[in-house]
Ligand binder design. Structure first.
Ligand code: AHG
Ligand code: MN
Ligand code: MN
Ligand code: MN
Length: 336
């Protein structure tokens, strides 16, 4: 079905902004910059096999991971797009050791900072499986007339002004929230525009999917092991056993569970005492979306959005999902 009469992302952003008479339009411009960069990254991903963007940069990033060419490409495109307009005074990225300060554009100081996982699911880039971009936006807390400061980036997730992701999947979608629910937009590649396709996304209260890298089972805390056994037990009246689904791209696992209902788990382990996921670039923005969609998000004992970050690249155990499944998990963790 043609969607030419539908609402574009640009129109939607402006409509949302007009509900706030005091809004200056800077957040709207910032979101527009993100969608523009997303379209460029999307184009490159779509032709990855025929352009020279597959494979490794042959260097490690600050996370100690082998940086892929597309990790770098996406990082540069989002950085350029955000630096060019002036709404943002700085960016922190999974791919950069320290935060990057942007010079004011037309002497106008940027009010916002952006934290980004430019390319999520690096291990899936070369094998044509869904990957994503995750972003998180905060209002700066440092004085407007100076450069961005570390404290602007180390704010608890509950202070996010907006968060979202782009999923480069069988179709490309941008899903975001400014704290008034979650809305999803699908890119029409022939028109080059995102159209509202998933208004007011709500995660089902229950759900029958659990998503975890079970290869690490031996390493999981007892409570997580028990929860997995619970998911696998036969209980037709409760719809168990549940289905195990794990793509290994957080964005894709999250997106599926958001639509179908389910739970995502990345627990701590012996080698990774805080798990693998980064609080600022992965856990917090997705926790914001999850709560906005009616689900829950914790590190196992504290709501993720309440955690006070200490460092830019800090990791955290991460559990996100449907309310019913999350309450069951939390009960199991407490009892273990
Ligand atoms: P990134 O590609 O941004 O470094 O993120 C990788 C993350 C996330 O996308 C994924 O869910 C998780 O790593 C997978 O980890 P395991 O391979 O340990 O399951
Ligand atoms: Mn990475
Ligand atoms: Mn990631
Ligand atoms: Mn990444």
């Amino acid at each position: 079905m043609e969607c030419v009469a539908g609402t574009t992302l640009g129109e939607f952003i402006i409509r949302q902004q007009s509900a706030f008479p005091d809004a200056t339009g800077e957040l709207s411009t910032l979101l527009s910059s993100l969608q523009r960069a997303a379209r460029v990254v999307n184009r490159e991903i779509n032709r990855a096999g025929i352009s020279d963007v597959l494979g490794s940069m042959e260097q490690l990033n600050v996370q100690g991971e082998e940086q892929q060419k597309l990790d770098w490409f996406a990082n540069e495109r989002f950085k350029e797009a955000l630096a060019a307009r002036g709404e943002v005074c700085g960016l922190a990225s999974e791919e950069e050791e320290g935060f990057v300060s942007f010079s004011p554009v037309n002497t106008r100081p940027g009010k916002y900072v952006v934290l980004i996982d430019p390319l999520d699911g690096s291990s899936n880039i070369d094998v044509n499986i869904s990957i994503g971009t995750i972003f998180s936006i905060y209002r700066r807390v440092s004085p407007l007339d100076g450069p961005a400061q570390l404290e602007d980036f180390l704010q608890p997730g509950c202070k996010q002004v907006a968060a979202g992701y782009i999923i480069y999947g069988s179709s490309t979608m941008l899903v975001y929230s400014t704290g008034q629910g979650v809305n999803g937009f699908t890119l029409d590649p022939s028109l080059g525009s995102f159209f509202l396709s998933h208004p007011n996304m709500r995660i089902p209260e229950r759900g029958r999917i659990y998503s975890i890298n079970e290869g690490n089972y031996q390493d999981f805390p007892t409570g997580v092991k028990r929860f997995i056994k619970h998911c696998q037990e036969d209980s037709p009246e409760q719809g168990r056993p549940y289905s195990s689904r794990y793509i290994g791209s957080l964005v894709a696992d999250f997106h599926r569970n958001l639509i179908k209902g389910g739970i995502y788990l990345y627990p701590p382990g012996t080698n990774l005492p805080d798990g693998k996921l980064r609080l600022l670039y992965e856990a917090n923005p997705l926790a914001f979306l999850m709560e906005q969609a009616g689900g829950l998000a914790t590190d196992g004992s504290t709501p993720l959005l309440q955690l006070q970050p200490r460092t830019l690249h800090q990791r955290t155990p991460c559990y996100l999902g449907s309310r019913y499944l999350m309450l069951q998990l939390m009960k199991t963790l407490v009892e273990a």
